[in-house]
Design a protein around this ligand. Sequence first.
Ligand SMILES: *[C@@H]1O[C@H](CO)[C@@H](O)[C@H](O)[C@H]1NC(C)=O
Ligand SMILES: *[C@@H]1O[C@H](CO)[C@@H](O)[C@H](O)[C@H]1NC(C)=O
Ligand SMILES: *[C@@H]1O[C@H](CO)[C@@H](O)[C@H](O)[C@H]1NC(C)=O
Ligand SMILES: [Zn+2]
Length: 607
Amino acid sequence: MTGFGRKSLVWLLSSLLPSLTAGAQPSAPSPVAAPMRPLTWGQLNFLQTTDTHGWHAGHLQEPQYSADWGDYISFANRMREKADKEGRDLLLIDTGDRIEGNGLYDASNPKGQYTYDIFGQQDIDIICTGNHELYQADAAAREYTNTVPNFPGKYIASNLDYINPKTGEQIPMAQRYRKFTTKNQGIRVVAFGFLFDFSGNANNTVVQPVEKTIQEQWFQDAIREDTDMFIVIGHVTLHGPEYKALYKAIRGRNWDTPIQFFGGHSHIRDVAKYDANAYGLQAGRYMETIGWASLDGIRIKGKQLEKTSESASLSFTRRYIDNNLLGYYYHTGLDESSFPTEHGTNVSASIRDARKTLGLDHNYGCAPKDFWLNRAPFPSNDSLFTWLQDSVLPELVHLPERKGVPRIALTNTGAMRFDIFKGAFTRDTTYIVSPFISKFVYIKDVPYVSASQLLRLINNGGPVFEAAGLQKSQLTSPEHIAIKSDIIPEPEVYNPGPQSPLGGLSTPDLVPGYTTKDELGDDGDDTVHSPLTFYRVPNCIESRIEFPEKTPEKVDLVFIDFITPWVLAALTFTGEKYTKGDVLPYLKDGFTELLAEWIKQNWGQDC
Ligand SMILES: *[C@@H]1O[C@H](CO)[C@@H](O)[C@H](O)[C@H]1NC(C)=O
Ligand SMILES: *[C@@H]1O[C@H](CO)[C@@H](O)[C@H](O)[C@H]1NC(C)=O
Ligand SMILES: *[C@@H]1O[C@H](CO)[C@@H](O)[C@H](O)[C@H]1NC(C)=O
Ligand SMILES: [Zn+2]
């Protein structure tokens, strides 16, 4: 383990700054210089992406994450060149959830018309599926017909099958595992690619629980292969039961063979040390983070260990690289003229063209200020949810034929996916903030005494939902926000786990951003940031609309269709007898379109 303290921090020279036009999207802001921690190289090195969710154009309102997928292609190429020159190996990993959450994917019809080709340009060595690829049958089909063939021999589906729509035949989504030897070091690898025990998939795929897959003969044979190391990638959290089971199964057969895990799904920067020869890395979300891991001390059959790596056990290092050009220049030792590759520049150009064709920069209106999901307390004027509750829902939730009927409108906070920044709210922003295809539904004339209890029940009533087999955490969904909601003490400011402040380091002029504290310490981020404070938000919020002075006897209960099971379970608890049959469509347009319409009506065009 190499730890870099304050002494080895290097301020990037601002002289690097002038023009960054070589890469990134034309409207991307220039990154801001910050103190950096270098990468440590080993025999075997990795770059990981996960949960990119269509953000392949980079972040156009956040300089720290403003590099695009083309820049990442240049970066990977330059890093491979360096590895080749030094006789080391570099592998690229992607652990799924490449789709849903950004206009580049969501705004086309069919969705992803441009993103599969753009994503497929990166040379990824081991790639697997996330849950988001499987919610919609058409997305799962595109995964099978586009992404799998884009990564022949590299795509792994250890516990995932696809159902051929023509024959109805159930076949592996891709090969179950992959055996290969690294290019420069000749390290023999057995690699797997898993998805967590997910059950919300459309009916054209079959996800097998990990525990069951472990018992299959092919897996039992694979863990008995004569190999120098195992690599387990997955859309799986590092500390969840699935990786515990896989670790146990592999380690049970191979007492000291290195095992390297890569995780995803919970959108955090995270690391795990399972034992002295087994580690895991998870590279955040939304193209904010490129994960770096390096391994030294791998014993390669038939080869002497190099002098530098004679230690008995493996040495592992990790970095969470902020995705911007300044960082890429720093880590490659190159500059704006020597860094970009023709391939990377071409891909940046295709992203620009796709964004243009899709009209993603089309401005619906100008946000007068920032609205935060978790960076402001709820309720408060800076909270996106307060804005939604007080300003947006009362105007949206309105059905002419039920005019004048008092109503309670409920939505889960997980329905909102990202902060709104002051400035242009574009077509792209609508998909970023609200990528789900949820619609409002309602139950007519619900007794107020019952309807008025629902918010409290849904926000607090664990047992109500456990009985119905529902998990409260799905409503805020740790998957939708970059924090671990299950560890948050209520209701104050909380320490957001891995993203907590970097203790003791208080340099002025730092850019606010990730200050990750993980199992290996607080030196994982490649860029030193000032910490951000996150606040807990409730599972659901409600607006009371057209309420009379006197408490009404009955109200229309309007809610986002996604939360129907929770609403029905809570109503049952209050003594009401409603079923799915009582839930009627309310508004024809989806929430995303309604929100865009509200913005057009309420926010000016001059940013
Ligand atoms: C899958 O669901 C679709 C849409 O609900 C339905 O039309 C189809 O018959 C289902 N297929 C199978 C194999 O159950
Ligand atoms: C980049 O695009 C140009 C122009 O379309 C093309 O001629 C060239 O072959 C491309 N290069 C790479 C490496 O993709
Ligand atoms: C929130 O905004 C309202 C309306 O603009 C204002 O009256 C109120 O003082 C603000 N509250 C705080 C705490 O800033
Ligand atoms: Zn995700």
